[in-house]
Design a protein around this ligand. Structure first.
Ligand code: NAD
Length: 361
């Protein structure tokens, strides 16, 4: 598959990944190459990576514990200390081999260590392939609030080798699909239809092309608006409510942790409902969206006593300005409106809509 050359780096796919990486390592004389993994990507992805990498220098493999709860400044601290202990300098390279937690955290640690060292993302989850590893957003959570600390800095290259998906659990595939579906909803009805067909007909080799096209959609948006002043805000579609729901489930020990994509899927359904009420988003399309999502995601119970807590968490959304919560809503598929204000009463109605549509699904 053809490489995508973005404004800030190149995104290579499958067969060209390791050729490009080996060339890059050959032409840059790095003082040290560190590879950041978690326990799963060490066991399941690192062997494939080793197989394809042709370099005489030993690699420093650095493992951290996986999972969102480790995407913290404490983990960054331990990594900065580890880099320092290893003697890493400005000519060292960090390769992030993992899902969105590894690429977000590794990108941030690399961007800030000694005011920035080079880094490369090798995403190994579907979500990190189509979303987290592309566009340069790096960072960590602050307590249970998502992505509060970070910088925008794209790595040197992104290598998308879809073979890593072979070991990825099914629920993680579903989680990544949420971002692909989002790309269709905000930007491209044709892509949305192709995703719909993919889901309805069942897995086929077509996913590689859908992954590449999803990356193209994300890159186009990021290129137009790298600092999220306008169109990049559309990538937050479903995330305003989705992040608040994700944070709430994460901080409540009696609730099961939601996967990022699961939470975003709920957020997208609710924000499509808000779009219908406020912007006349077509009812028929709203129903189709609910139907398609119900094929992929298990309904999650959100009780009415949870609503207020989730509404409180909305106050921390990164898109807020002057204390107002800003939503991205849709006039239609591929036709967005940013900076929409929604009152709490209507958000509660959106929770009720979500609840009701899954009751009958
Ligand atoms: P993750 O990194 O936690 O990975 C999910 C799980 O899959 C982990 O347990 C991991 O060890 C395991 N895993 C990874 N690759 C595997 C493989 N090939 N085979 C088997 N297991 C594997 O989570 P994620 O869903 O990839 O990413 C979620 C994170 O991405 C969130 O923190 C979210 O905020 C962030 N994100 C960032 C952006 C951005 O623009 N920077 C965009 C979207 C999401």
């Amino acid at each position: 598959m053809q490489t995508i050359v973005t404004k800030s780096n190149a995104i290579h796919f499958n067969e060209t990944c390791y050729i490009s990486l080996n060339d890059y390592l050959d032409t840059n004389n790095f003082s040290m190459i560190m590879v950041l993994v978690d326990e799963n990507t060490r066991a399941l992805c690192l062997p494939r990576f080793h197989e394809h990498i042709k370099i005489k220098k030993p690699l420093e493999i650095i493992e951290i514990q996986g999972g969102e709860s480790y995407k913290t400044i404490e983990t960054c601290n331990s990594l900065w200390r580890r880099f320092s202990k290893l003697g890493a300098d400005r000519k060292s390279l960090l390769i992030n081999l993992g899902g969105g937690v590894i690429t977000d955290l590794g990108g941030f640690v690399a961007s800030t260590f000694k005011r920035g060292i080079e880094y490369i993302n090798i995403p190994t989850t579907l979500l990190s392939m189509v979303d987290a590893s592309v566009g340069g957003k790096t960072g960590v959570d602050l307590d249970n609030l998502k992505n509060q600390i970070g910088v925008i800095n794209s790595g040197e290259m992104v290598l998308i080798d879809t073979s890593y998906l072979d070991t990825l659990p099914k629920e993680q595939i579903r989680s990544g699909m949420a971002e692909m579906l989002k790309h269709g909803l905000i930007r491209d009805e044709d892509y949305w239809q192709r995703m719909k067909e993919y889901i309805e007909k069942g897995p086929s080799s077509q996913i590689d092309n859908l992954i590449r096209d999803s990356v193209i959609i994300k890159d186009e948006i990021v290129t137009k608006d790298p600092f999220e002043r306008n169109i990049r805000k559309t990538l937050n579609f479903g995330h305003t409510l989705g992040h608040a729901i994700e944070s709430y489930f994460l901080e409540n020990k009696d609730k099961k942790d939601l996967l990022h994509g699961e939470a975003i899927a709920i957020g997208m359904i609710m924000e499509c409902y808000l779009s219908h009420v406020l912007l006349d988003f077509p009812l028929e399309k709203l129903n189709n969206i609910v139907q398609l999502f119900s094929k992929v995601y298990t309904p999650i119970t959100i009780q009415s006593r949870d609503h207020e807590h989730i509404l409180n968490l909305l106050k921390h959304d990164k898109k807020n300005e002057y204390g107002n919560v800003n939503f991205v809503l849709l006039n239609d598929i591929g036709d967005y409106k940013i900076d929409c204000k929604v009152d709490n009463e209507l958000i509660i109605k959106a929770f009720q809509f979500y609840d009701e549509c899954f009751e009958s699904a």
